[in-house]
Design a protein around this ligand. Sequence first.
Ligand code: CP
Length: 311
Amino acid sequence: HRHLLGIAPLAAHEILFLLDEAERWVALNRAAAVKHDDSLAGLTQINAFFENSTRTLLSFEIAGKRLGADVVNMAVAQSSVKKGETLIDTAVTLDAMHADMLVIRHQASGAVQLIADKVDCPVLNAGDGQHEHPTQALLDALTIRRRKGRFEGLVVAICGDIMHSRVARSDIIALQKLGAHVRIVGPSTLIPPHIEALGVEVFHDLDKAISGADVVMMLRLQTERMAGGFIPSLREYHALFGLTVEKLKLAADDVLVMHPGPLNRGVEIDSAVADDLKYSAITEQVEMGVAMRMACLDVLTRQRRGVKGWA
Ligand code: CP
């Protein structure tokens, strides 16, 4: 693969290969002092985020810097995009500066593919509209594997705004390829039509969906993608679909609680659950995000560096 645009094009063994590669970087990231490797020294990484981000942007920046790359963050708000420059012209401009990696987040599904078709260097999708967020699914899979030691037979409940969530889509595809059983749950207005075709079990009752689940993954209501559509009352949503300590008792005794962030505390998840040291893996997901993005940057630039190694 020249680019990382989604989980859909990856085979299970390629996903597992990337997880194994990420394991190499976990120890380096935990080093008490110097956290540096020069694998990507001399390479230029441009992060172009057309949509807000905390975790993905910072972890891609930290990942590139820990591997020795020259990392540049394009300031979209101050760029010529604001003067009407097209996405493709912007991408061609970045390519003409001889970038070696482009990390792109964009509000339009398919925008990252459009850029990948026009440039010479590897493109990594950091989230495109409602389509895919592949590095999030990879870091989620890494977190699950580290805590549970397996995917086969695990019951994973993904809860909330499935309709607008590229995280849900990428996670569903990744976890099913790896052998987990995925349940999804949310109000019918926030479940995409024909989602059963992806092989998931669909629920509209949170209690039933999380009953006996090994992993419960909560999602934020993406109100920024609901303009003109149905926006639920937050109080009612919390009463029906919010994860509380009481509801969590329905899941497996050793349930893992996950959330890609950002959290809306008191809406989809209560603080008592999000901050629970035994069940919650939310900060571990963020930690794994750096290692996972280091692995993706390293693997995708191997051909460029004359190093063999993509699965
Ligand atoms: N999980 C995630 O993509 O978070 P950010 O939007 O903060 O990058």
